[in-house]
Design a protein around this ligand. Sequence first.
Ligand SMILES: [Zn+2]
Length: 468
Amino acid sequence: MQIRLSFMGAARNVTGSRYLLETDNAKILVDCGLYQEREFRHRNWDPFPISPHTLDAVLLTHAHLDHCGLLPKLAHEGFQGKIYCTAATTEITQIMLLDSAKLQQEDAEFKSKRHKREGRRGPFPEVPLYTIDDATATSPLFSPVKYGEVVRIASGLEATFYDAGHVFGSSMIKVTVNQNEEKRAILFSGDVGRQDKPIIKDPTLFNEADYVLIESTYGDRLHESSENISNRLAEIINSTRRAGGNIVIPSFALERAQEIMWYLNELLLADRIPHLMVFVDSPMAMNITEVFKHHPELFDKDMSILVRRHNSPFNFPGLTMVHTVDESKAINHIAGTAIIIAGSGMCTGGRVKHHLVANISRKESVILFVGYQAVGTLGRHIVEGAKKVRILGRNYPVRAGIAQIHGFSAHADRDELFKWISGLKKAPRRVFITHGEAKTAKSFGEFLHKKTRWEVSVPEYGAEAFLE
Ligand SMILES: [Zn+2]
């Protein structure tokens, strides 16, 4: 048995998930993600380590850009195989890729103008990494699969997708290679979700696998224990209402926005907050919420009951999906308290900027952060207590209340990762720790080895492993 596994991304770093599996008869990629950390972004421009037209297929775990964001480039450079993923991931990925292409185009245009003005050249070409046309050209390649269904990918290679409990439609993938009358199962964890998240089901546990690739984003940390999201949210909403301000919630369009709607709905049903106007002001969040509505089969039990009782978090009284920019601007003229959920999640772009302009200098309003804020973003400046911020070319004093709720992470922490992999009844031949910063991945590798005595490695970028 000889299978070659190459780590072409998310190896001692978090983004750019991409693993190449080569058997005697097939070559496949698992994920084809965008590098998002500043120090690794240049890799997005590197030629693919394998010529795209020789690949048989891509197996896609989920719709986050660090897992799917290079697919348009792969297709543009000649990939013609199928992209296998769940139907929900297919639909959400297409929304994400179009948005990403639009940003790539705007970014290239902006940079080329700036460099021209400054009479210099930047480190990357001033052409977009890919265009809207490239993103659109990937759609016919998608081939939706169902959880639990054995899919024949190529001769001697099958894959089965299982719910990862991370974001809507997300998967863990078990690849089975049948070669020379031997069989090996390779389990790709994708991003491991958490127990008891709203709307979606829990991550699937596995009894056995010969090889496991496990993510380690939070492999050296424990999430704050049971910070009660509902209580904090109710407290913030009720006090802001008494003060007469608005609550602006910068939010990611996938999962977080829907989760916030779920919590608001829960608080309303329990009569813990008054009926207020709630605006979802993000075209992307709106489109993704439509995908949620079309796939009730993915809902967990609590969510299914809500929908059956006509208490869906996606159409509670007072909830408005904002369609046009004019509607978006009109929100700022409404008297009384409104809750505004808008993108982008780190305030780097999107309609949230207009709502920040209208609210950040009002002491009665609150800006509520519900997600990670990367270094260097406007969101990070605000949560770190900046007294003045620059938005859309103008300075504004920060007088609004700044609040943060930390309990929303979609990734398992160290103990949750361990619990997931401990489902295995028998030692795998080897575990590869991926998708974590170098220090974190190593720390989780040591932790896992100490606990289980299993063979563990932490592959670096470009490393190859021969699976026997
Ligand atoms: Zn993810």
